[in-house]
Ligand binder design. Structure first.
Ligand SMILES: [Zn+2]
Ligand SMILES: [Zn+2]
Ligand SMILES: [Zn+2]
Ligand SMILES: [Zn+2]
Length: 275
């Protein structure tokens, strides 16, 4: 009995050739270069052409730049459409590398997907913490691991955040805000020569294409009679490099801060408005 017949018998087969089962096979590929254009090195996407030697496979925009000539063979060539490779490329899917994303993406659309993947990671900015994950997981991490307070807030409506100062003069802990639609904001402080700078960032994985918010911060002190209010746009960050250094800072002058060696809280009024 031939090997295939034996296998079919083991599987209860009736001797007819079966269609390959749909269970996902595991592929490995030693040379990913063959999935990329020989000229620009971008992933190949249809229409795909090959030079007359059949050795060089290129994308259509490179073919347009090399009329009648293969820059690798340095020969006059006639390009022909490579439908077999196009079919293979169309059916070649890869898993999204982001935890929690179940998308299977065409190889040549991998980068496009990663630019919009909702499960793309944001990073914990706390020193010595290497956690990363989608915003919902990061929020969970902030409260369970870093013990940061988080507050749910509504847009277009004022609310207050309490900034607590301790006697040691440490920087107050960041505060996490969760918008009514799930957007995550982080309010953090920086020591400035004139007082304390308060920054508000929107934490999201896609920092250039993500949503924008207007933020109003205000502070007043009945005791000293000072008051100030500022409006600015929140910066988007995935916190990859920790707390951004180049954020707009709402400066709380020293005169409005608790005196050195005292523990106290300062109430800052805030309002977020989607743009
Ligand atoms: Zn190309
Ligand atoms: Zn060639
Ligand atoms: Zn994804
Ligand atoms: Zn952390």
């Amino acid at each position: 009995m031939g090997k295939r017949q034996e296998r079919e018998k083991d599987e209860g087969g009736d001797g007819k050739r079966r269609k390959v089962a749909a269970a996902a096979p595991v592929f490995t590929m030693d040379d990913l270069d063959i999935l990329h254009c020989a000229v620009c090195c971008d992933p190949l996407r249809p229409p795909i052409s090959q030079c007359s030697t059949g050795r060089h496979t290129i994308c259509s925009s490179c073919q347009d730049k090399l009329p009648g000539k293969c820059c690798y063979c340095c020969e006059t060539t006639v390009y022909s459409r490579c439908r077999g490779i196009e079919n293979m490329i169309e059916s070649l899917k890869v898993a999204c590398p982001n935890n929690g994303c179940t998308a299977r993406i065409k190889y040549y659309q991998k980068e496009e997907h990663e630019e919009v993947c909702p499960q793309a990671p944001c990073f914990c900015p706390i020193a010595d913490c290497s956690f990363s994950g989608p915003t919902a997981t990061l929020l969970e991490h902030f409260s369970s691991k870093d013990k940061l307070d988080s507050t749910k807030v509504s847009y277009n409506k004022g609310f207050g955040i309490l900034i607590s100062f301790n006697v040691n003069g440490d920087l107050p802990e960041p505060t996490i805000l969760v918008g009514e639609d799930g957007y995550l904001f982080i309010v953090y402080m920086k020591t400035e020569s004139l007082g304390l700078g308060i920054a508000v960032c929107c934490v999201q994985p896609h920092i250039t294409t993500g949503s924008k918010f207007k933020c109003n911060l205000s502070l007043s002190s009945a005791e000293t009679g000072y008051s100030q209010a500022t409006e600015f746009h929140t910066r988007n960050t995935n916190l990859y490099d920790g707390f951004p250094d180049d954020c707009f800072l709402f400066l709380v002058p020293k005169a409005m801060l608790p005196g050195a060696g005292t523990s106290d809280t300062v109430l800052v009024s805030m309002e977020l408005t989607p743009q």
